[in-house]
Design a protein around this ligand. Structure first.
Ligand SMILES: Nc1ncnc2c1ncn2[C@@H]1O[C@H](COP(=O)(O)OP(=O)(O)OP(=O)(O)O)[C@@H](O)[C@H]1O
Ligand SMILES: [Mg+2]
Length: 495
């Protein structure tokens, strides 16, 4: 390890107007961690020290009498970008602490320091990172890959996931916004898997999918005889998610009554089963997602303001895929390889024309649409190169495919993709057959269709497995087939 100016000892700056805090860190960091420590009690002192020496770590109070902590953070990052900064904050300013993390602080700690172990862990992490000369390059890319999230070089998703990772262990609520298919659920799972809750359940609730009466019993459970048909007691989602993460998807669609119920449990962390007497306490981390502008919904009176502020402690907004060119390229490759058996990965390439068309398309359905398009292209390909001929018309047509008129995909939502896709397959086969390029005539087409059937089945199975978190029995039930059928298809792929 080497620290600022090649020293063997980390140089730490503590900025806090509470003298006691300064004294505590001075002793603790020097004696326990072998650091050199400088304490500044005002913003002015801190600025002077920053001119005088280079620091590896700064512990920064956000509320100083003569300076704005966020401003100071910016200055530290400017004069020494490699300096790790830990924000110290009272509970009331968690939101500004999160802002600081977005601006490059590596972590924040709550004052007073009740959890000394946690504080020490945070300090150890920051000192280790300082010794490496900042964060590990590509560390976040690797972590994301462990959660099946693919990132291109310098992807705008990278800083978002960096923040997601830093707040993963904080238990604060996170609101993810972004258009359909941008990866909100992926990011929610990523936060869960980076947190100490990762061994506990991650449970998704689609807030729009419940009727008002169903929601209470789904979320909170009910006691035997609570209502007609409640033959036995039933644990609700909040109980099932205890210790883990609850993902409230499409929160903007929760009905007004359901919004009240959610607010109550988020405020008190307590609820009663329907028909139950005893309050139940749970330890659940809540992440919610929306593809509508919730702030706008609040202004229109369609969404409760108090619930919005409860949910929006950390807000992460995912950019549309068209603004992530490097991601498009990486994801194209990823989805191609994903559909190939292990030995054949890397063997299929894009023709320059197809590549350019895919990179230039505006991707209204974002990553989900891209995955569907590549699956379709792979099913239609006739060799190791993916040509423009197998592009859907909306993409091959250029200029966002507008004006091609006869494109069967036009106007289809990503959810309808499969149906539209099969329609298009039909057209393409028909044209090929008539133009004499159909391989072995009708027999050849039927043979190809059989292969297609396999691919579609496998694709559906995989998507269902994603939805059930890998639970095969649940997937088989959803698909209304015997688990044996699932095994048959998956084994065929060499799994
Ligand atoms: N960066 C990524 N790398 C790999 N796969 C991704 C990435 N982002 C999204 N996906 C995949 O794209 C699909 C859509 O992602 P996800 O379900 O997370 O989107 P969403 O924002 O929740 O969409 P919606 O608003 O429609 O629910 C999923 O199959 C997901 O695995
Ligand atoms: Mg989703």
């Amino acid at each position: 390890m080497a620290f600022a100016d090649g020293a063997m000892q980390p140089n730490v700056l503590v900025v806090d107007d509470e003298l006691e805090i300064g004294r505590f860190f001075e002793a603790f960091l020097a004696e326990e961690k072998g650091c050199r420590v400088t304490v500044a009690n005002t913003g002015r002192d801190a600025r002077e020290e920053l001119q005088r020496q280079a620091f590896d770590l700064a512990l920064l109070d956000l509320k100083l009498p003569d300076a704005n902590g966020i401003e100071l953070l910016r200055e530290i990052k400017q004069v020494s970008p490699r300096c790790q900064v830990i924000i110290m904050t009272g509970f009331s300013t968690v939101k500004s602490a999160v802002e600081a993390v977005k601006l490059g602080a590596c972590d924040y700690v709550n004052k007073p320091f009740d959890e000394l172990e946690e504080l020490e862990e945070t300090l150890d992490h920051a000192l280790a990172a300082a010794g490496r000369g900042g964060g590990r390059r590509n560390e976040i890319v690797q972590l994301a890959a462990n959660s099946n999230i693919v990132l291109g070089v310098d992807s705008p998703m990278q800083p978002i996931l960096e923040v997601a990772r830093r707040i993963a262990n904080k238990d604060i609520t996170v609101l993810l916004s972004g258009a359909t298919g941008t990866g909100k659920e992926c990011v929610a799972r990523f936060i869960h898997s980076c947190s100490r809750r990762s061994e506990k359940p991650f449970i998704t609730v689609n807030c729009g999918a419940f009727t008002e009466t169903l929601l209470a019993s789904q979320l909170f459970g009910h006691e035997k005889g609570a209502f007609t048909g409640a033959a036995g007691a039933h644990r609700g989602i909040f109980e099932l998610a205890d210790g883990g993460t609850l993902f409230l998807d499409e929160i903007g669609e929760a009905s007004p009554a359901n919004q009240v119920k959610l607010l109550r449990v988020l405020e008190t962390r307590e609820f009663r089963r329907v028909g139950g007497e005893l309050p139940i306490r749970v330890d659940v981390r809540v992440i919610s997602a929306t593809n509508v502008d919730l702030m706008e919904a609040v202004e229109k009176g369609a969404f409760r303001k108090d619930l919005f502020y409860r949910l929006d402690v950390v807000s992460l907004s995912l950019p549309p895929l068209r603004d992530r060119t490097a991601d498009i390229e990486a994801l194209m490759r990823h989805f191609v390889d994903k559909s190939l058996p292990p030995r054949e990965k890397g063997s299929v390439q894009f023709s320059p024309g197809a590549r350019a068309a895919l990179l230039g398309y505006h991707w209204p359905g974002n990553v989900r649409e891209l995955a569907n398009v590549i699956a379709g292209m792979m099913a239609l390909r006739e060799g190791p190169q993916l040509e423009t001929a197998v592009l859907p018309g909306k993409i091959a047509g250029g200029e966002h495919g507008r004006g091609t008129g006869d494109d069967p995909w036009q106007g289809s939502s990503p959810e309808q993709g499969l149906e539209a896709l099969s329609h298009r397959w039909g057209e393409i086969f028909f044209q090929r057959l008539l133009s004499g390029k159909g391989g072995g005539g009708l027999g050849g087409v039927v043979e190809t269709l059989k292969q297609l059937e396999n691919r579609v089945a496998i694709d559906l199975i995989q998507r269902t497995l994603e939805r059930t978190g890998g639970d095969r029995e649940a997937a088989a039930e959803l698909l209304r087939v015997k688990p044996r059928i699932l095994r048959y298809y998956l084994r065929e792929r060499g799994r």
